[in-house]
Design a protein around this ligand. Sequence first.
Ligand SMILES: [Zn+2]
Length: 190
Amino acid sequence: MLVVIVGPMFAGKTTELIRRVERQMIAGKTAVIFKPALDSRYDASSVVSHNGLKLRAFVVPSDEDGVRIIEREGAKYDVVAVDEIQFFPPSLAEVLDRLAYGRLVVAAGLNLDYKGEPFETTMRAMAYADKVVSLTAVCKVCGRPATRTQRLIGGKPAPADGPRILVGGAETYEARCRRHHEVPGRGIRP
Ligand SMILES: [Zn+2]
C-alpha cells in the first residue's frame, strides 16, 4: 500500500509520516525512513529513537543514486517512509509504487513549489497512491487553511523568475492560502 502525504510547508507532513510509521512499529513491523541530502552526500544511517521505538534513518543523495538506494535498502523492511519526496527525481514514484507491493510505503512531499506549480515527483507519487492525505497549514495573513508556500526575500514576495529550490539563503517561507499567495511576475490573477 502506498500512502502519499502532501501539503505546503508547515502543514505537519513529517509529523504525520512519523505517526503512521510508529503505529506500524508498535505492531511489530520493521521500518526505515529516507531523507534527501541536498548536497548529494551519502550520510549513511542513524537511528532515531522516539517513544522507546528505534527507527533506522538514511540520508541519501537527491538524485538517481538516492532512488536506487531507496529501492535496494527499502526492500529489506516491512515499512518504508520517504520524506521530502519533491527533491528526488520523478523516477522515485515508480520505485515507491514497486515497493508498495508487499509492504506499506508512506511518502511525504510538497505539493507545489513557491510559484504554485506542481512538483513532478509528488504529482507522480500521488497518481500511484492508494491513499492521498492532503494537509493544510494556516495562512499567515488571514488564518484560514493554507495550501501554498510563500517565498519571501527581504520580507517581500519572491518574483517568479527565481530558482525552484533555494537552500540556505536569505529567503524565508510562510504558509498562505490561495488568495494571499503572491508571485510577482507570474500573471495568473484575474
Ligand atoms: Zn489567507
